[in-house]
Design a protein around this ligand. Sequence first.
Ligand code: C2E
Ligand code: MG
Ligand code: MG
Length: 650
Amino acid sequence: MMIWHTAPEIVSSLVVGVLLLSSGNIRLRLTKKERVFQHTLIVTLCVLAYNVIVDVFVQSAPVDQLWIYTLLYTVLYLIYPMALNFLLWYLILFIGEKTPSTHKVKQKIVTAVHAGLYALYCIIVLLNLKTGWVFTVDEGGIYVREVLNTLPFILAFSQIIVVTSHFLAEKSYVDRITFYLFRWLPLVSLFILVLQLILPDIFLAGTAISTALLSIYLTFQTRKISIDDLTQLPNRGYFISSLSRAVRKKEVLSIVVISLDDFKTINDTFSVRKGDAIILALTSFLLKSFPHAQVHRYSGDEFALSFPQESGNPGEIAQQIMKRMKEPWVVDGISASLRYTSLEMTFPCSGNIEEKPLTILDYALLIAKTQHKGKHLVFNNTILEEIRARRTIISRLHESLEEESLRVVFQPIVELSKGTLVMYEALLRMNDNNLIDISPGSFIPIAEEIGIIDQLTLYVVHRVCAIQSELMRDDKEVPAIAINFSASHFSNRELIRDIQGIIARHRIPKGKLFFEVTEHTFSALPFEEIIKTMNSFLSYGVQFNLDDFGTGYSNLAHIFNLPFKFIKIDKSLLWQEPAGASSSQILKSMASLLQEMGFDIIIEGVETKEQAETLRSIEFPNAQGFYFSIPLEYEEFSRTYTGSTHFPLD
Ligand code: C2E
Ligand code: MG
Ligand code: MG
């Protein structure tokens, strides 16, 4: 009796079984390709099991009827290539997903040839029952190899060659990771098949299939995690891990990051499909122009190029990109210009800061996008310092909220002709560990970025309303107080509800509370959202001031349609050069225009008596500034809020 060694088959079954279990663990709806992969695993497992069962049966339960052996071997011959059939079918479908729809016919032909080869094989195996070309079973029940015994290998060779040729013809559509997989997979399969020819008594076909399945599974898992679907470029995760690896190995890596500015506008104007086409055009430009660099899709509208320091100059790369970006991108019948911000840096950074590369890169990118939008930023020690300062501010913000050490100070806004109080502006103060105040100009933008601004605003609203309601309780005059209101609050329904709850609870009278919003708010939010929020606050008796007017680039027609009570003209207009007649003339014209439109006006940043007098001479109504009073701590504020106080204080 012929004896095969099925140990490799048993091990292979275990491998395939584990793959089947882990691939079934996915909670996504499977695509046709993924279902075929699962079927491949199931078929392979069944085939391996059948083989082992036949082997055990033949060895342990010899029977007299020879036809039973013939039947068992014939079925084995018929089903054994099924595993490879499914595997190759899966690969054909995989290639089909990457190629254009016009290649569908080609794919169908390849599938038909693939299936046809198997059909031909089956016919020969069935004919074997009559001809005995492939194998026979002699009178003693012994399996005998005949002239066409290598038929399964011939089938396997031919099918692998068909699919590999198809892959080579379509390789330009396939990403790099898949390309590497396909490049060595046929070679390994051939190696195992040749080994099988040399060692015919050991069953290795199952090993070949399970090895192939395992490598495909692992490759596609890696691919899923590391490759961006649209561009087929390695993604942010891949980039970060390669960056961390380089830093660990002390390699010096240069990096250029390109961040497209307002790419959403391109999608909105031309459609997402055309936006994708532009992204693909940019990808191919980067790949062609910088073959020595690894290009990554860092995020939807950001690309990162990385390369060893000695293989390129980031400054030159940035120049080349800038040159190309000056030209429009003509794709799919549209022509679009891209605006972008870029960042150039080298890892590891010179300052040896303890943060991870990703943290530094993200901060640096944030600084590039917020402070150097539309420009090229070369990372340097100043930025590193900024990153450190930012880190300190973030932890201080959290501490201050926790230990309730924030303070609110009050700066009067004054009627210029009489020096009497119009309202106060509530300004937040936070100190550092040495009790020295950190400028709100530094911590407010960071609080806005990290979302802690909501808690800060709630704190100020609480404090202001509590002061006002206490004054009401004591039957004292209640001064109007303005609170700064960040852009992000407009769309935060929960925060708006909380603030309105506080106002209602304290029964703040109409006209005693103002919110100040800057012009920048209006470039970030839809007009409808702003008007909705403003109206809902107006119904709570809260009015609005437009802060820092003259510093934004917003649509004035829109702004002037909003229900502002006061417009606060930014100090830069008061301080502009040349001072004197011409600047006061501008202010005068601006004041009369705004007043004609129905707004009350305030000028900010009045520091000197001369400025105050110039403003009085042009009959400017209201002002705020150090000349009248610096922002006052609560104790001083409570001595000055009565209507009889005159500013500046004596
Ligand atoms: P802002 O709302 O325009 O507030 C006026 C700023 O100008 C205050 O700076 C005030 O101290 C300063 N100032 C007043 N008079 C003069 C003057 O004569 N000369 C000069 N050079 N400056 C003057 P501060 O308190 O440092 O606040 C800066 C900015 O931080 C504020 O500008 C506001 O945008 C923001 N901010 C302050 N407190 C808060 C807050 O509670 N919430 C929010 N969201 N932002 C706040
Ligand atoms: Mg303000
Ligand atoms: Mg202001």
